[in-house]
Write a protein that binds this ligand. Structure first.
Ligand SMILES: Cc1ncc(COP(=O)(O)O)c(C=O)c1O
Length: 460
C-alpha cells in the first residue's frame, strides 16, 4: 500500500464522509487548525441553506434580485472600498453621478451645486440628516447666546427604529407624536404642542415602515408655516424616504413631498430598497449646500485635491454604488416607473384579494408604496390570530410577519406584505391561494390555536 499524506486522503474522501462533515465541528471557539476549502465551503453553504428563501421573504424591503449584468458588475467590484477616493476615482465619480441624479429627481433647485452622499443604508443617511439639523440649530442658538442643552426632534411614534437610535446615540429628545385610528400617521395634527425653541427638526416618513403609508409632507410643512407665523420658529423637515423617495417620483409624480417644498432640507432613501440594489446602500441629499454645516464635513484626498465626505463609517463597500449607477442607466425613468408600477399592481391585487377572504380588514391597500397591512376584523374570532396565520404561511416558505402596532395602538396586531421587484403576478397568485387555504384551515379548526407571540426576530 502506498503511503498517503493525510490531506490527500481527505481530498479523495466523499465530501459528506469527511472530517468536518461526518463529525460535529465546534462553532463557538476559534478553530485550532484549518480544513480543506471545499469542506469549509460546504459547511458554510449548508448552514446558510437553512435560512428562509430571500425571494419569499415578504417581510423585507431590501432588494433580493438583480439581473445577470448587475451580478457580473458586483463580482468585478466587490473589492472596492468607497473611502479610497484617490485610489478609485471613478467609483467616487459614480457616487457623485448618482446623488446628483437623485437631487434632480427630487427637485433640488440646484442639483449640480448641492451636496449629498452615499451611505451604508437609510439608517446612516437619516442620522446624517439629523446631525445636520442638530449642528445648524446649535450654531443658531450659540449665536443668540442661548443654551444648546436640550435638543428635540419630532416624529411619529411609527418611526423606524433608526430614529430612536439616532436620538439615543446623539443625545436628542425623541418627541413621538402617537398615531391613532383618526391620525394614522404624522399629519400635522396638534404639531404646535410638540414644537418649541429646542426643536431641531421634524421627520416626515415617505412610506411608514409599519404600514407603507405616506405621511402628507406638504400638510406637515403647511402646519410648520403656521407655527412659524405665530411663534417665529423656523423648523426644517427631513424626509425619511427609505422606500417612498424611489417610488413617488415615478408613480405619484403629482405628489409634492420633496425639495419643491422649501422647508424640506434633506431627503434620505435606501438604494437597497426601491433603488433596486442589493444591501447595503443608502443616499442622503440636501436641498441646498447651506443646509449641511461646513464643520461637519471632512476632506479626503482625491486626485491630488480634496473631496468632501460626511459619513459615520470610514471603510465601506463601493460595489453597491456601482450597481446603483448601473440600475439608473439600465432602467432610466421609464424603466423605474414600469418596475414600481408593476409592484403596485401586485400589491393592489393581493390586498384586494385578502380583503375579500372574509375575516380581514385592510389597514391600507398598497397604493402609496407597494406595502400594505391588514388586521382581523374586530370580534371576528378569538380562536386564532394573525401570528397563527404567519406560522402557517411559513410552513409553505412564505415569510409574512405579524406584529403589534406602536404605542397607543399597541393592542392592535397587523400582518404586512412588502411587494418588491421579483414578486411576479404569478407568484402573487400562488401566495393569495395559500393565504386563502391557510385561513380556511384556521377557521375550520375544532380547537382554538395556542396563543402565539410576535416572532422576536422581526424589527420594524
Ligand atoms: C422609513 C424607514 N426609515 C429607515 C429605515 C432603515 O433603513 P436601512 O435598513 O436602509 O438602514 C427603514 C427600513 O425599513 C424604513 O422603513
Amino acid at each position: 500500500m502506498p503511503q498517503h499524506d493525510p490531506q490527500d486522503i481527505l481530498s479523495v474522501n466523499p465530501i459528506f464522509s469527511r472530517e468536518g462533515e461526518a463529525t460535529q465541528i465546534p462553532k463557538y471557539e476559534f478553530p485550532e487548525s484549518g480544513m480543506l476549502p471545499k469542506t469549509a465551503y460546504q459547511i458554510v453553504h449548508d448552514e446558510t441553506m437553512l435560512d428562509g428563501n430571500a425571494r419569499l421573504n415578504l417581510a423585507t424591503f431590501v432588494g433580493t434580485w438583480m439581473d445577470d449584468n448587475a451580478n457580473r458588475l458586483y463580482a468585478e467590484t466587490y473589492d472596492k472600498n468607497m473611502i479610497d477616493k484617490d485610489e478609485y476615482p471613478q467609483t467616487a465619480a459614480i457616487e457623485q453621478y448618482c446623488w446628483k441624479m437623485l437631487a434632480g429627481l427630487w427637485h433640488s433647485p440646484d442639483p449640480q451645486g448641492t451636496i449629498g452622499t452615499s451611505t451604508i443604508g437609510s439608517s446612516e443617511a437619516c442620522m446624517l440628516g439629523g446631525l445636520a439639523f442638530k449642528r445648524l440649530w446649535q450654531h443658531k442658538r450659540r449665536a443668540e447666546g442661548k443654551s444648546t442643552d436640550k435638543p428635540n426632534l419630532i416624529m411619529s411614534s411609527a418611526v423606524q427604529v433608526c430614529w430612536e437610535k439616532f436620538c439615543n446615540y446623539f443625545d436628542i429628545e425623541a418627541r413621538l407624536v402617537p398615531i391613532s385610528e383618526e391620525h394614522k400617521c404624522l399629519d400635522g395634527y396638534e404639531l404646535e404642542k410638540y414644537v418649541d425653541e429646542n426643536t431641531i427638526g421634524v421627520v416626515a416618513i415617505m412610506g411608514v415602515t409599519y404600514t407603507g403609508m405616506y405621511e402628507p409632507v406638504k400638510q406637515v410643512a403647511a402646519k410648520l408655516d403656521e407655527i412659524q407665523a405665530s411663534t417665529g420658529l423656523d423648523i426644517p423637515i427631513h424626509v425619511d424616504g427609505a422606500s417612498g423617495a424611489m417610488i413617488a417620483p415615478f408613480i405619484q409624480p403629482e405628489l409634492e413631498w420633496d425639495f419643491q417644498l422649501e422647508r424640506v432640507h434633506s431627503i434620505s432613501t435606501s438604494g437597497h430598497k426601491y433603488g433596486l440594489v442589493y444591501p447595503g446602500l443608502g443616499w442622503v441629499v440636501w436641498r441646498e449646500r447651506q443646509w449641511l454645516p461646513e464643520d461637519l464635513i471632512f476632506y479626503v484626498s482625491y486626485l491630488g485635491g480634496d473631496m468632501p465626505t460626511f459619513a459615520l463609517n470610514f471603510s465601506r463597500p463601493g460595489a453597491q454604488v456601482v450597481l446603483q449607477f448601473y440600475m439608473f442607466l439600465r432602467l432610466g425613468f421609464e424603466g423605474y416607473k414600469k418596475v414600481q408600477q408593476t409592484c403596485q399592481d401586485v400589491a393592489l391585487y393581493l390586498s384586494h384579494g385578502i380583503s375579500e377572504i372574509g375575516p380581514f380588514e385592510l389597514w391600507n391597500d398598497g397604493s402609496d408604496i407597494p406595502v400594505f397591512a391588514w388586521r382581523l376584523k374586530e370580534g371576528h374570532t378569538d380562536r386564532w390570530t394573525l401570528y397563527n396565520l404567519a406560522d402557517r404561511l411559513r410552513t409553505k416558505g412564505w415569510l409574512v410577519p405579524a406584529y403589534p402596532m406602536p404605542d397607543n395602538l399597541g393592542n392592535l396586531t397587523v400582518e404586512r406584505i412588502v411587494v418588491r421587484n421579483g414578486l411576479s403576478m404569478d407568484l402573487a397568485g400562488r401566495l393569495l391561494k395559500d393565504i386563502q387555504d391557510e385561513t380556511a384551515y384556521l377557521e375550520n379548526l375544532s380547537a382554538p390555536m395556542p396563543v402565539e407571540q410576535e416572532h422576536p426576530g422581526f424589527h420594524h
